[in-house]
Design a protein around this ligand. Structure first.
Ligand code: ATP
Ligand code: ZN
Length: 224
C-alpha cells in the first residue's frame, strides 16, 4: 500500500457503513465501492478507504496501521479497556463527534421480573459483547457478575437459559421487546466518531486532513 495516501478505516457493512459513505461523499470524495473489495480508492484525492469489521477499527488506529477511522464510541471505549488490560497501545486523537450511529448500551432483564436496582445483579450471569464497559459500570456500583460473552444474538440468552440478564446496544427497544426483555439501566451512550492515529502524519497527509476537517464540520453543521 502507498504510504503517501491517507488511509481511512470504516465499517464494511453494517449500521455505520451507509452514513459513513454518505458523509465522505458529501465531503467531495469520489469513491467506487465494490462490495467485495477490502480497499477502495478515492478517485479524486490521495485517499484509500479500508473496509473492515467495526471491531477492528480502533485497533488499526491505535496500532497506527491506518491514519483515520470512523467507529462507534462503544466499540472504541470497549477496545481501549480491552487493550489496556493487555498492555497494548491505546492512544488516539478524537477529531470529530459525528451525528449518526446513536445508541445506548443498556442492561435488560426478562419483562416479568421486578427491577429493584443494579445490586440485584450481584453474582448473576450477564450476556454481553461489551464485558469491559459492563464491568467498569458495575464495579463502580460495587457489583460483581459472571460475564457470558456473545458477539451476536445476545438478546436470546435469557430465554435460552444462558444468562439472567443482558447488556446490549439499544436504539428503539423493539428488539428487546420482541425477546420478552425490558431495558432497566443505561450504562453508556454512544455515537459514531472520527479518530486519528496518535502519530505525526506525512505533511502531505496532514494537509489533506486539515482541508477535509472544515468541510466535514460544515456538512455536520448544515444538517444540524
Ligand atoms: P461488524 O460486522 O462490522 O462487526 P456489527 O454487527 O458488530 O458489525 P452493527 O450492528 O452494524 O455492528 O453496529 C455497528 C455500530 O452501530 C454499533 O457498534 C453502534 O455503535 C452503532 N449502532 C447504532 N444503533 C445501533 C443499534 N440499535 N444496535 C446496534 N448498534 C447500533
Ligand atoms: Zn462488530
Amino acid at each position: 500500500m502507498d504510504s503517501k495516501r491517507l488511509r481511512i478505516a470504516m465499517q464494511k457493512s453494517g449500521r455505520l457503513s451507509q452514513d459513513s459513505q454518505e458523509l465522505l461523499k458529501s465531503c467531495g470524495f469520489k469513491i467506487n465501492l465494490r462490495e467485495d473489495r477490502l480497499i477502495a480508492h478515492v478517485e479524486n484525492m490521495p485517499i484509500d478507504i479500508l473496509r473492515v469489521r467495526d471491531d477492528d477499527i480502533p485497533g488499526l488506529v491505535m496500532d497506527k496501521v491506518v491514519d483515520l477511522g470512523i467507529v462507534g464510541e462503544n466499540v472504541l471505549e470497549e477496545t481501549m479497556l480491552e487493550r489496556q488490560s493487555q498492555g497494548l497501545a491505546t492512544a488516539f486523537k478524537k477529531l470529530k463527534d459525528l451525528d449518526y450511529g446513536g445508541c445506548r448500551l443498556s442492561l435488560a432483564i426478562p419483562r416479568e421480573q421486578e427491577w429493584t436496582g443494579v445490586a440485584a445483579l450481584q453474582g448473576k450471569k450477564i450476556a454481553t459483547t461489551y464485558p469491559h464497559l459492563l464491568k467498569r459500570f458495575l464495579a463502580e456500583q460495587g457489583v460483581t457478575f459472571k460475564p457470558v460473552l456473545l458477539t451476536g444474538s445476545v438478546e436470546v440468552a435469557p430465554r435460552a437459559g444462558l444468562a439472567d440478564a443482558i447488556c446490549d446496544l439499544v436504539s428503539s427497544g423493539a428488539t428487546l421487546e420482541a425477546n420478552g426483555l425490558k431495558e432497566v439501566q443505561v450504562i453508556y451512550r454512544s455515537k459514531a466518531t472520527l479518530i486519528q492515529a496518535d502519530t505525526e502524519l506525512y505533511p502531505e497527509k496532514q494537509k489533506l486532513v486539515d482541508r477535509l476537517l472544515p468541510r466535514l464540520e460544515g456538512m455536520l453543521q448544515a444538517r444540524e
